[in-house]
Design a protein around this ligand. Sequence first.
Ligand code: NDP
Ligand code: BG6
Length: 494
Amino acid sequence: MKCSLGLEKCPDDTLRCFPKIEQPFGIVIFGASGDLTKRKLIPALNRLFEAGILPERFFVLGAARTKMDDKKFRSRFDANPDFLEHCSYISVDYQDPESFKQLKNTIETLMKRIDSNNLVFYLAVPPDLYIPILENLSKSGLNEKPARVVIEKPFGKDLESARRLEETLKKYFQEDQIFRIDHYLGKETVQNILVFRFANFIFEEIWNNKFVDHVQITMAEDIGVEHRAGYFENVGLLRDIFQNHMLQVLALIAMEPPSSFNGENFRNERVKLLRSIRPFPVEEMGNWIVRGQYGRGVVNGKEVPAYREEPGVDEDSNVETFVAMKLFIDNWRWSGVPFYLRAGKRLPRKITEVAVVFKKIPHSIFAGVPSDELEPNTIVFTLQPNEGISLEFQVKRPCPGMFPQLLSMDFRYEDYFGVKLPDAYERLLLDVILGDPTLFMRRDDLEVSWELLDPVLKAWENDPIRFSPHVYPAGTWGPREADLLIERDGRKWR
Ligand code: NDP
Ligand code: BG6
């Protein structure tokens, strides 16, 4: 089937299929001296530039406290020199209205140069700075439409702070100006969950509690806290991964079909699903959620320090670097189906996958092959790396007996399409510039995810000894308690 551009086959660089942005624009990045800007934002904008998608006239203005000139700022990035010509830098004090007056003058000069009022503010700073920046943007009149503001996760620290942030946003910006980014929604493989589910008839019929035994979602990373101890010590893994990426992936796997992908329908269904997750029983939290922290160990053949030995981490830190949980979705489709979720740092390898595990056959007709020993059919979405989908099923071994063997039928993006998948930030930055909010989180997405997790965080906070994280050796799949969480139900992690 031809795509909307009339192509039978995708070009090597699928970014070339995105429409060229016609309207000049400016993007101001707060926290431009930081990690996200260096690793994700500038590389993504540079790629969009190299793919010819950006208009002739645009600017990227980096803003942060660090003192540096444009030359030094540009030298931080490995990017196309022609792209870097569009980048400049201004030192700001996020808390100081005077500093925002200077910022406004600089922005006005740049806007005149590109002859456009299409402006985006990207808050790539630690979350404590969101409110002062938003207030100062408003005080200096920089919040006027059509300006948009992009907020990064974590969106607050708990339900109360998330509500405070939302109140501030609402005070100064209208909803269509606010883009709450969760980069997982920008991943091609995450969006593919929707196509797999809603462009195929055969799977939707079995996507429910009659056929599905349970679902597992794993987001494993081999890296540790790296140089982000300052951030991570204040946040922990539950807020860093579960409040956003994990729950969004879960929502796409389990939600009802929206009547259309565009606009609010998709976002409504996502939120509806999140609202159906059963709250965790605080009294027996340990049976539902396991908290872990990595100790010393070996990852990829290299000895690595314990979390508490990482630079910038408190030597008595109780912050979790691993979480496993079991949850139920209380609706007709999923009633009684457990969802097992786990994510952690310093696990054996980087892998993000969703496994939908079907029920075992009810009765075996093959002598010597008990039905409960036959591994069930499983559909595995490998979201990264080696992106693809696998279907596991039994086949007859080519021998005189009737012995089944589990096989995996694999689709890999790279083998089939032979293309490089765009980075999530490339796609999402493009959507922000074009003003399309479909793949961004809404206020109620945040509210509902915090409502679910807030009691967990409070329980951990109120009883730090009982809920102190179980230590697991770096390079393993988390603490033994995480295995018990699923093994108690007669199942195992894949
Ligand atoms: P950084 O820790 O690198 O901080 C960004 C910049 O903010 C720093 O360069 C610094 O600039 C300024 N800053 C840091 N701490 C303070 C402080 N206490 N007071 C004032 N300014 C400070 O953050 P990241 O770039 O890693 O992340 C930015 C945002 O993006 C965060 O909200 C994070 O959660 C989110 N995010 C990050 C990801 C990543 O991979 N890094 C992935 C997804 C989301 P200066 O000192 O020059 O002002
Ligand atoms: C970020 C988290 O949101 O996602 C990081 O803050 C984590 O801790 C990262 O490493 C993982 O993203 P990805 O795209 O590499 O899976």
